[in-house]
Design a protein around this ligand. Structure first.
Ligand SMILES: [Zn+2]
Length: 212
């Protein structure tokens, strides 16, 4: 049976055959809605993974998204499904210019102003994502790992560094160890400056592998 590598990654982690997984998939997915491709995205990979995990019997799945762009597609799929918490940081206002959803308690936005640096990003994660995720107690954490918020990436105007991707992934891992038996599955979203993308992905994967 043919099976997408992303769904296979979710299966491997759910079956305990891997602790964590990173899927270097292109095209990205988080702008794609249920019936509409958008912003380089055809299918919403992370949403397919979350739906797959719910179908496998999980009751609570978290998606965290640190791409420079708002994951409008992922939000549109799960805004009426409280089994999936979506936590995101993104440049705002910016593409895709979706109005901020403040109605749903399981949709946690932490918008960042153009020009924001590491400190603002880390503060947003600590103040907005982590308390909500601890209350939610996810059984699995999926990551929309976009690296286009990097200082060197001209796609956006945020100024994250390689080390921020290690830091945020460690925070995600600590939370997963507490609530989700360490289960984290990550998929590539944006990232358009090849060197910064490569270095940042290495930092992300080092943290997923629990390397110091
Ligand atoms: Zn992006």
């Amino acid at each position: 049976m043919l099976r997408g590598r992303w769904v296979q990654g979710v299966d491997l982690v759910l079956r305990g055959e891997a602790d964590t997984a990173f899927c270097g998939i292109r095209p990205p997915g988080h702008h794609a809605e249920q019936n509409r491709a958008m912003g380089f995205c055809i299918f919403n990979n992370v949403a397919v993974g979350a739906a797959h995990a719910l179908a496998a019997g999980l009751a609570r799945v978290a998606i965290v998204d640190f791409d420079v762009h708002h994951g409008n597609g992922t939000e549109s799929v799960f805004q009426d499904d409280q089994r999936v918490m979506l936590c995101s940081t993104f440049q705002h206002p910016f593409y895709p210019n979706t109005p901020l959803n403040r109605e749903h308690k399981h949709i946690i936005h932490a918008p960042l102003k153009a020009g924001a640096y590491s400190e603002a990003f880390q503060q947003a994660v600590q103040e907005h994502w982590l308390p909500a995720l601890h209350l939610f107690r996810p059984q699995l954490i999926l990551v929309s790992a976009g690296f286009d918020a990097h200082f060197d990436d001209d796609m956006g105007q945020l100024n994250l560094l390689d080390s921020d991707y290690y830091w945020v992934t460690r925070e995600i891992m600590k939370l997963a160890e507490h609530h989700a038996r360490g289960r984290v599955v990550s998929t590539l979203e944006g990232g358009y400056q090849a060197q910064a993308l490569g270095r940042s992905a290495v930092q992300h994967i080092r943290a997923l592998m629990r390397l110091d």
